[in-house]
Ligand binder design. Sequence first.
Ligand code: IPE
Ligand code: IPE
Ligand code: MG
Length: 251
Amino acid sequence: MPLFTSSTRSIPETGDVPRHIAIIMDGNGRWAKKRFLPRIAGHKRGVEIVRNTVKACTEMGVGYLTLFAFSSENWRRPAEEVTFLMQLFMLALEQEVAKLHKNNIRLKVIGDRSRFEAKLVELIEHAESLTHGNSGLTLTIAANYGGRWDLLQAAHRMLEANPGRALTFKEEDLEPYLSTCYAPEPDLFIRTGGEQRVSNFMLWQLAYAELYFTDTLWPDFNTMALKRAIKSFQERERRFGRTSEQLKKNA
Ligand code: IPE
Ligand code: IPE
Ligand code: MG
């Protein structure tokens, strides 16, 4: 049995506070450039905003927070920046995991780990196993993640688990193999930094997410900015294919 309702097969429960927020944290480089700082200064500052966002989401009762930290396309960046981002990720894991655990947060990392150095893989595995029994916020970091990668790996694993089966697979056959199978679909998608695109983030999972784009650069995305995004979410009518009249009748 799947753990959560699929937005395309039944109408999911909706609440005032989004159950799952997924964020593309964009704009670190531009934030630094504006201050005549190297891009990496923006990434460093970005980690502080992650810390703040995790705290704010916990306080507001958001169940799942998924953050896009490094895309499968980000390897195209200059080698020094890629190396810095990997080191920053390792440092953050080393410094933050004990605190996350103390705060009852469950940490998950999604994405293709095959290109990570052994030490990073170890840190991820340790963090996940330490926090896996926690019942507070589920914090997911998407690292070397791509939506197309996710769909492909899910399809591969689904086919492997069902050898010889006729090709009658349904959505619910694939879903358990998606890298986010432990989480409901995102209710609210936020992209900071002004671009209005999905950049190969959770392609399947975002099917019915409410999209929110803001020009605020990620290092400036404080609690007030997060609350603005949630307020915008609260003003939306989530119809999931139905008409407005149908919703009013059911209310
Ligand atoms: C997002 O900020 C962080 C990562 C992609 C790792 P950017 O580094 O993309 O910042 P901009 O878009 O250049 O300002
Ligand atoms: C998307 O940001 C990925 C992350 C935030 C990790 P980018 O800044 O790399 O996105 P594009 O390539 O400009 O769309
Ligand atoms: Mg960017």
